[in-house]
Design a protein around this ligand. Sequence first.
Ligand SMILES: [Zn+2]
Length: 179
Amino acid sequence: MAQEGRNFMTDKKSSDQPTKKQGRGRPREIDPRTVVESADHYRIVFLQFWPKLGARLLAAQSPEEVAKAVREEAPDISASLDRYSELILKIVNDPKFPRARSKSQIHFLADSLGGHGFVTPRRSREICAEERTKKKYFIVRREYYIECSCGYKGPALDGACRDCGTEELSWDLMMKEND
Ligand SMILES: [Zn+2]
């Protein structure tokens, strides 16, 4: 199992390690946020090229064919994906790789690749799922404190007084805000 930690090896750092082996690393420290950020980026990128790229990746028989497919169908990203050809081949050959829907395929590949081989593709997908769950809460309302001439004091409701419903500002307040 990979350990959680803050000392993720960035791309910059990993380029200093030319002997890096893809997909079969020992447990290493990896920042889960970085994994999901990469995965999110890949999701967007693959979506753009998938109609042609997807079919060719699925048909590829070797890392060389993967690299060629990326080079020809997604030239914008071929430089950054070049060293992951072997990993990509492994991912698309995974028995769990979705056979039907493009969207599922893109997500599976992107999330598996987010760990860049520092963790297994499966662990990478788990990290993405865990991180995305954490992000499920959003602020859906933001209120502020008001005092209304009707007597109400407290949080506003959608910018209005909760008691009388007015949204109008007093003359004094308008003058102050325009200062
Ligand atoms: Zn009021």
